[in-house]
Design a protein around this ligand. Structure first.
Ligand SMILES: [Zn+2]
Ligand SMILES: [Zn+2]
Length: 322
């Protein structure tokens, strides 16, 4: 049994990364089982660092995050080596005794069989590739938002700031376009800022849902109306995300949100409700509201402040005292 003995009683099987260097991971939490990928070697350095599930935040050691396919593969490689060695060892025992001069009984032992087949697999394609701003880990996930598998920080603020960068680029692009295209790009940039803020706000509040006064109300939060959102967040988490803005800045942000609403639903034509709620005296009823380049740039700057506020304050909030 030389070949079999040489295998020893344990051996390591390496799991190779995909063509872009990412290794698949699967959350061991039964209620999640989410699939994601990370690039080993990027991110935090050190032995036995835990892994955070980007979807549910579950924390466990890395060896609990093998995917089912990786485990199948590793088992099949082990069986392949064992059966291969066994067959080789048994082959050595083969013999053939022919009957002598056609008289007597001949005996033979022939070993047939092939090693256990290896179960190969391919890592799946995911939707968003992220480089963590905090620890530089490269990871990919389904959807857009998630926790960094290495340092555990949630990427919602990072993704939001990236979207604002994109909006800023659209504005820059507008500067050397003909009027109609430039106008559309600026309006699109404004709309993108609001929808990204809405996505960010909902996501980051959900991340801290356990700290909310009534968690079920966090699920229905919307950030498309900034004044209402400020009130809801105040009720749920007990802080004001407009803190640090002066009254001009806050009034300006409110007007930008109303302008976005007008463009999304009324082709940008001012109605009485816009004039009243946005406090915009520069436009008359039935006329098109203008959106200027520096207006959107200013808006982006203030949104970054509000987003930072939200992120910091949510982190500081104590568990709601019931
Ligand atoms: Zn999970
Ligand atoms: Zn990280």
């Amino acid at each position: 049994m030389r070949n079999l003995n040489q295998l020893g009683n344990q051996f390591s099987i390496s799991i190779s990364p995909d063509e872009k260097g990412f290794t698949g991971r699967e959350c061991p939490n039964d209620e999640c089982l989410g699939y994601f990928k990370i690039k080993f070697g990027t991110g935090l350095q050190g032995d036995s660092l835990p892994c955070h599930c980007p979807y549910c935040g579950y924390v466990e050691s890395h060896d609990k995050f093998f995917t089912k396919e990786q485990i199948e593969y590793a088992k099949s490689v082990a069986l392949n080596r064992i059966t291969g060695a066994l067959i080789k060892d048994l082959k050595k025992l083969e013999f053939e005794h022919r009957p002598q001069r056609g008289f007597g009984i001949g005996m033979s032992l022939k070993v047939e069989g092939r090693p256990h087949p290896i179960h190969y697999y391919r890592e799946k394609k995911l939707e968003t590739e992220v480089v963590c701003e905090k620890c530089t880990l490269e990871y990919t996930i389904y959807g857009v938002f998630g926790f960094c598998p290495d340092c555990g920080v949630h990427n919602s603020l990072q993704i939001f700031n990236k979207n604002l960068d994109l909006a800023q680029k659209m504005i820059t692009l507008a500067s050397n376009q003909e009027h109609a295209i430039a106008e559309q790009l600026i309006i699109n940039a404004l709309e993108d800022c609001v929808s990204s803020f809405d996505g960010f706000g909902r996501e980051i509040c959900k991340t801290y849902i356990s700290k909310a006064m009534s968690p079920e109300r966090v699920e229905t939060l919307s950030f498309q109306n900034i004044e209402r959102a400020r009130d809801r967040v105040k009720e749920l988490f007990n802080f004001d995300f407009s803190q640090g803005l002066n009254s001009n800045e806050w009034a300006f942000v409110i007007r930008c949100f109303h302008k976005r609403h007008l463009y999304a639903h009324k082709m940008g034509v001012a109605d009485q409700s816009y004039i009243d709620s946005a406090g915009d005296t520069s436009v008359s009823l039935g006329r098109k509201v203008q959106v200027q380049t520096d207006e959107v740039t200013h808006f982006i700057g203030i949104l970054r402040k509000i987003a930072n506020n939200l992120s910091e304050k949510l982190n500081e909030v104590k568990q709601w005292q019931k």
